[in-house]
Design a protein around this ligand. Structure first.
Ligand code: NAD
Length: 350
């Protein structure tokens, strides 16, 4: 299977296949770029149909982490790892430790954290065999109220990003009375609703899990709407916080919000949808910039964890987004494209 000729290959510094016969581990680690620092990225466990799909995913995700860390102003590079297997059926402590040993053999160029299919508990197992693990929530972080779950920081970062987008696009200094449609009320979406509600925003919400909707209606006086209605509501902000590819040929013509800003990864169905939003006068907050709160939080983990420092860094998501918005306006380019250029300026040596 060719790596150098792979469509997702983008000058990745290393792609390492890992195997452990005893535990059945089959995994791949991809280090995309380490110009800014060690490559940080989650370990995803997924029942990939085969090796080809796993390679495509790990190459794409590792590259995304480089861009994300650079725009988040972190001295870190981008990497990712994948384990081929069903986390419910195939995951064992031995297999997770075997992956930890494979990561350890890279000597610290790649630092692992949790991702889909892996948990804080799995990170603790890996930490038995390697020190190159993030997302553990050690004693200092726990004392500051952290559990290793990145969602609270992600939600706060998205909230700050929405404030910046509303200020830029609507000229509003606060969110009082601003109408926000939140799609997906899970770990991030629910906490985002709480921040928005406390800031005086009015909420419209949807989720495929009815109790999540009822909780937001009850706690935040939100209005429940159907899942197929959320993108087309007459609101100021549409905040996708569920799944990817929600900005597509079908939804974009329906969107009435002037701001799209939410936590979901890969919101644009295709890269061209960035321009489609711009042409409709909709301000899009690039997803990997606005949802970087989790990796910012993980970066500060350690004995010196200081919630006030993390909070200040999270607020810089708003500053970065404003710089993207201004440059996109001045150059007449879509915001996603500008975000990519800004990230590359940071991590590519000139
Ligand atoms: P989650 O699984 O806790 O919540 C997702 C919610 O979306 C669930 O309640 C689910 O029922 C709901 N949902 C699924 N399909 C839906 C649909 N079609 N319409 C409406 N609701 C639907 O996930 P999360 O941790 O809250 O993350 C939300 C998004 O943000 C994901 O795309 C994730 O990749 C991204 N993200 C999360 C973090 C983080 O720190 N958790 C960081 C960066 C990006």
């Amino acid at each position: 299977m060719s790596v150098f000729a792979h469509p997702e290959f983008d000058h990745h510094e290393a792609v390492v296949y890992c195997h452990d016969a005893r535990s059945g581990l089959r995994g791949i680690i991809a280090v995309h770029d380490t110009h800014l620092g060690k490559a940080l990225g989650g370990c995803r466990m997924w029942p990939y149909p085969g090796e080809a799909e796993a390679l495509t995913d790990v190459l794409r995700l590792a590259r995304g982490m480089t861009y994300k860390a650079a725009l988040a102003d972190l001295p870190q590079g981008g990497g990712k790892s994948v384990i081929i297997g069903d986390p419910r059926a195939d995951k064992t402590p031995d297999l997770i430790r075997a992956m930890g040993r494979a990561i350890d053999r890279l000597g610290g160029v790649y630092v692992v954290a949790e991702d889909s299919g892996t948990s804080v508990q799995d990170m603790r197992l890996m930490a038995e065999v390697t020190s190159h693990v993030g997302g553990l929530a050690d004693a200092a972080a726990q004392a500051a109220g952290r559990t290793g779950d990145p969602s609270p920081a992600t939600a706060f970062g998205v909230f700050v990003g929405i404030q910046a987008a509303v200020r830029f696009q609507l000229g509003r200094e606060d969110l009082s009375g601003v109408r926000v449609a939140v799609q997906g009320l899970g770990n991030v979406g629910y906490r985002l609703c709480r921040h928005l509600s406390e800031a005086g925003a009015r909420l419209w919400v949807t989720d495929l899990y009815a109790p999540a909707v009822e909780r937001c209606v009850r706690q935040f006086n939100a209005t429940a709407v159907g899942m197929d209605q959320i993108a087309a509501l007459d609101v100021d902000v549409y905040a996708p916080c569920a799944l990817g590819a929600v900005l597509n040929d079908r939804t974009i013509p329906q969107i009435r919000a002037r701001v799209v800003a939410g936590a979901a990864n890969n919101q644009l169905s295709e890269p061209r949808h960035d321009r489609a939003l711009q042409e409709r006068g909709i301000l899009y907050a690039p997803d990997y910039c606005i949802n970087a709160g989790g990796i910012i939080d993980i970066y500060y983990e350690g004995p010196d964890y200081d919630a006030a420092v993390v909070d200040r860094h999270l607020r810089r998501i708003g500053t970065t987004l404003t710089a993207i918005f201004e440059r996109a306006r001045d150059q007449g380019r879509p915001t996603g494209e500008i975000a990519d250029r800004m990230a590359e300026e940071r991590f590519r040596p000139s």
